[in-house]
Design a protein around this ligand. Structure first.
Ligand code: NAD
Length: 246
């Protein structure tokens, strides 16, 4: 993967940062895209410490002009886009679906669904000019099953899986290889802040008896973006300790 270029949205934290670090170790140039300048620049610094060329691009994936900006700036700096981790997403305030406000529903659709669509639209267009590339979209366990109190989130993640499968059918012959990941609950800073009892209950519900670690997602993303995964296309890969199996 040495010398290839990746765009990672939501690269300032969590899965995005872990994937960035894994790819940086392999000599990939990284465009870290995030709303947060502070977190994004921190990821860039960590990638540079691993010897990778990395840049930060501040962008809101739900705004089409920002998406065009991160695509153009990446091509301007590195020449082309080989790999894309289309990952930025938000969850929701945790109310029953009918109690979700229109504003919150729109915000979740705008980031999780339209943001993923805009990214695909402009990144795939670039990849087609240079012979293709590999893409991973972040769905969720909630894209495979319902998630009580996260209705908008679950709906958008089901939709990300639909987009992934459809684009796989449309662009596979042009060397665009695209997959989705469906992570279960991970021990992110947000989850770590929950009461111990709540964390234990979540872990007990997982067949492996524990929550995921963000680097376990980053490892799978780096694999799916590599040539090792050359014949994996249009797939949804669960990374959830077995939760989707039940
Ligand atoms: N954490 C989990 O347990 C879990 C499980 C399944 C799926 N996911 C999904 O994985 C993805 C990453 O989650 P995470 O846990 O790493 O989250 P995180 O909150 O740690 O990181 C998300 C990053 O995205 C950035 N971001 C948010 N909205 C943005 C926007 N509009 N434009 C650009 N950047 C934006 C944030 O600033 C943050 O740095 C999301 O799509 C999320 O829905 C998370």
């Amino acid at each position: 993967m040495q010398g290839k270029t990746a765009i990672i949205t939501g690269g300032g934290s969590g899965f995005g940062r872990e994937a960035a670090l894994k790819l940086a170790q392999k000599g990939v140039n990284i465009s870290v895209v995030d709303l947060s300048k502070e977190k994004g620049e921190e990821t860039v610094q960590l990638c540079e410490e691993l010897g990778s060329a990395a840049i930060f691009i501040q962008a809101d994936v739900s705004k089409v002009e920002d998406v065009k900006k991160y695509v153009n700036e990446t091509v301007g700096r590195f020449g082309k886009i080989d790999l894309f981790f289309n990952n930025a997403g938000i969850s929701g305030s945790g109310v029953r679906t009918l109690d979700c406000s229109e504003e919150e529903f729109d915000a979740i659709v705008n980031v999780n669904l339209k943001g993923v669509f805009y990214g695909l639209k402009y990144v795939v267009t670039e990849m087609l000019k240079t012979g293709g590339g590999a893409i991973v979209n972040t769905a969720s366990l909630g894209g495979l099953v319902g998630m009580p109190t996260l209705g908008a989130y679950s709906a958008t993640k089901h939709a990300v899986i639909g987009l992934t499968k459809t684009i796989a059918g449309e662009y596979g012959r042009e060397n665009i290889r695209i997959n989705a990941i469906a992570p279960g609950t991970n021990e992110t800073p947000m989850v770590k802040a929950f009461p111990t009892d709540a964390i234990k209950a979540m872990a007990d519900a997982v067949p492996m008896g524990r929550l995921g670690q963000p680097h376990e997602v980053g490892n799978v993303v780096a694999f799916l973006l590599s040539d090792e995964a050359a014949y994996i296309h249009g797939a949804v890969i669960s990374i959830d300790g077995g939760s989707a199996a039940l």
